[in-house]
Design a protein around this ligand. Structure first.
Ligand code: UGA
Length: 407
């Protein structure tokens, strides 16, 4: 097939590459000319395990341009542009602009919206362009994006035209995943409800983590394992820590709450999920203060800057929020990250060993390489805010979500 992908951010680039890998020709469009030039040279601007190799292998089937007229031959155009929240409300201008641009070039190309949009968006845009639109929300995770795209749990396709929906299903046939054919509105809400539910699981376990810290003998990792073995609950997304960050959960929970408010509804659980998440950094700071006292003038080494492991994405990173809060308390920060080597105003080190002399080594994201390190034995103090350290090897590390004798 001839397919177009509009918006070459994280979702767009992974989607385009995987679709090309399955033998399709992909026209990749982005308004950012710099990105286009990089891609033409075979350079990537995002870090995603396995993507570079897959991309370079498939470049011959991919073309890169800022010119929408190049999608004339395409049968389906996937819209993968960002939908940020501005003042708590979703900003749909990029989606609208790209849909209008595609339909002005070619009325026949099927438009499939992958961007996360509030229910009603596809129908409203359909009326604007006089053609039905397919909703095809994305469920891939950064850091695991290729695997998630190749083997999704389900494909959700929403729309009013069976013919258009079938064409979009054809693109994803290689996944072998179950396909749900629904209305645009259901597809749009499935995406929001999924992210809100996953975020709720995280805030739930973080509340249980707070409780565990008050109970001698309790540890949230064990409690999470125990509840997760009940298949109705499930074991995933029960890792306690400093809360969810990134480009999706924070913005999508905000957008969903404000969308519901416009409908006259208060989403109490989602709001509490956000509140619990907002308190995580304050809680982390209190833990560090319990360990090393007043933070003024203290040297702290933070391990991990991105919003989670296996990505170079710093958007709404809890680690960066933590660094800002530590600094506001007068601490001096050193930081190490496996992929980020520069961050405005932060002194970076190239090796974890360089953190040895600091007052505390604080682990703020879940990279596998943080599981064990000889430095944890030699450092004055280590605080694990992501429950990543192997406690069998390093039993003296202070961990979030576990009782601590000095409580
Ligand atoms: C999330 C969803 O998981 C995807 O299904 C969805 O497609 C995507 O948003 C999106 O809307 O585009 P992503 O933001 O890449 O994916 O990352 P997650 O793995 O969901 O992690 C989000 C945050 O939650 C991270 O800060 C992570 O550290 C934190 N987290 C995750 C926890 O604190 N505990 C957990 O158990 C899991």
């Amino acid at each position: 097939m001839n397919v177009a992908v509009v918006g070459l951010g994280f979702v767009g680039l992974v989607t385009a590459t995987v679709i090309a890998d399955k033998g399709n020709s992909v026209t990749c469009i982005d308004v950012d000319g710099e990105k286009i030039e990089k891609l033409k040279r075979g350079e990537l601007y995002i870090y995603e395990p396995g993507l570079k190799e897959l991309f370079q292998r498939n470049m011959a089937r991919m073309s890169f341009t800022s010119d929408y007229s190049s999608l004339r031959e395409s049968e389906v155009a996937f819209i993968c542009v960002p939908t940020p929240t501005v003042n708590g409300k979703i900003d749909l201008s990029s989606v609208r602009d790209s849909v209008l641009s595609v339909s002005s070039v070619d009325k026949d190309v099927i438009i499939a919206v992958k961007s996360t949009v509030v229910p009603g968006t596809a129908s409203a845009l359909s009326s604007m362009i006089g053609r039905s639109i397919v909703s095809n929300p994305e469920f891939l995770r950064e850091g695991n994006a290729i695997e998630d795209t190749l083997h999704p749990d389900r494909i959700v396709v929403g729309g009013k035209s069976d013919v258009d929906m079938e064409k979009v299903c054809d693109v994803w046939e290689f996944t072998g995943a179950p396909i749900m054919r629904v209305t645009n509105e259901n597809a749009e809400l499935i995406k929001y409800a999924s992210n809100a539910f996953l975020a709720t699981k995280i805030s739930f376990i973080n509340e249980i983590a707070n409780l565990c810290e008050k109970i001698p003998g309790a540890d949230v990792a064990t409690v999470a394992k125990g509840i997760g073995m009940d298949h109705r609950i499930g074991k995933d997304f029960l890792r306690a820590g400093i809360g969810f960050g990134g480009s999706c959960f924070p913005k999508d929970t905000r957008a969903l709450v404000s969308f519901a408010e416009e409908k006259g509804l208060e989403l109490k659980i989602v709001k509490s999920t956000m509140e619990v998440n907002e308190e995580r950094i304050k809680h982390a700071i209190e833990m560090i203060e319990e360990e090393i006292g007043n933070l003024t003038g203290k040297n702290i080494c933070v391990l991990g800057l991105t919003f989670k492991d296996n990505t170079n994405d710093l958007r709404e990173s809890k680690s960066v929020e933590l660094i800002d809060a530590l600094r506001a308390k007068g601490a001096k920060i050193l930081a190490y990250d496996p992929v980020i080597k520069e961050l405005d105003g932060v002194k970076m080190v190239n090796r974890i060993e360089e953190c040895k002399g600091t007052d505390s080594v604080v682990i703020a994201s879940e990279w596998k390489e943080f599981e064990t390190n000889p430095i944890y034995e030699r450092a004055k103090n280590v605080v694990d805010l992501k429950k990543v350290v192997n406690l069998k090897v390093h039993p003296n590390v202070r961990v979030i979500g576990a009782y601590h004798a000095e409580n």
